[in-house]
Design a protein around this ligand. Structure first.
Ligand SMILES: O=C[C@H](O)[C@H](O)[C@H](O)COP(=O)(O)O
Length: 260
């Protein structure tokens, strides 16, 4: 990638750059997955290179692990870390209570385990990820490949009693074959359009045999950093309130990122 950043990439980048400032020497930090989280890893790689920041990262996917290593970040497993000071990750949707849909990139299982093993979860996103009600983005559900059609049928049946607008489910594909997660499972995407009660749905989904985890992150995110294409970032946390707004200036060295 070369040249000027598109407004959407700039929005992701400024959110990531601001959130990268939360990382301090000695911390154990969960590193999310996806295009926004990749900006975070690049920003942290820059801090390691320029400032000598020393922290250990726990990646939530093989993709993130590879990028982090390439950029000189010390990578450890969650087993080695034990507990994390902070996790920073992207999201597909964020509602007003900081509940999320995640898993558009298929990494929801490791992401949820890592986020819930952290003192704090910070979500970084461009402004388009904010929604009033979750559900326009298809909800990813990770299922075991064995008996997957039976799991899908049970799941569709269970959706009938719930407050959702749509009920179609689809198996995520990678070309002609099912998409396979880092844990060797498949993903069913639930096209619900509007989720009336996300908490109830999250609990219900995980009771179905064959379901490993769902992409609803309820009461897990503590803080969001929302980026805009004009360089503004908004910070909000679970305590509510009006939050705060800042402007992130891109210095000359930031153009380095466009060559990655
Ligand atoms: O499985 C993928 C993750 O949950 C991502 O954090 C999420 O899909 C957002 O990705 P992106 O930053 O690329 O929009």
């Amino acid at each position: 990638m070369t040249g000027e950043l598109s407004p959407i990439d700039k929005a992701k980048f400024v959110a990531a750059k601001r959130a990268a400032e939360f990382v301090e020497d000695g911390m154990r930090v969960g590193l999310g997955t996806g295009s926004t989280a990749a900006w975070l890893v690049r920003c942290l790689g820059e801090r390691v290179r320029k400032e000598g920041l020393r922290f250990r990262g726990v990646p939530t996917s093989t993709r993130t692990a590879q990028l982090a290593r390439e950029l000189g970040i010390e990578v450890i497993s969650l087993e080695e870390a034990g507990w994390l000071d902070l996790t920073i990750d992207g999201a597909d949707e964020i509602d007003g209570e900081l509940n999320l849909i995640k898993g558009g990139g298929g990494a929801l299982l490791q992401e949820k385990i890592v986020a819930t093993a952290s003192d704090q979860m910070v979500v970084i996103a461009d402004a388009a990820k904010q929604v009033e009600t979750l559900g326009a983005f298809p909800l990813p559900v990770e299922v075991i490949a064995f008996g997957q059609s039976a799991t899908q049928a049970l799941l569709e049946e269970a959706l009938v009693s719930l407050d959702v607008l749509g009920r179609r489910t689809s198996l995520r594909m990678n070309g002609a074959k099912p998409f396979v997660t880092d844990e060797g499972n498949h993903i069913l995407d639930l096209h619900l359009n509007r989720i009336g009660n996300a908490r109830e749905l999250a609990l219900m989904l995980n009771q179905i045999p064959g379901v490993v985890e769902n992409g609803l992150f309820i009461d897990i995110c503590d803080r969001v950093v929302i980026g805009h294409g004009d360089g503004r970032v908004e910070l909000r946390d679970i305590t509510g309130g009006s939050g705060s707004e800042e402007r992130i200036d891109l210095d000359e060295s930031d153009n380095l990122f466009t060559d990655l």
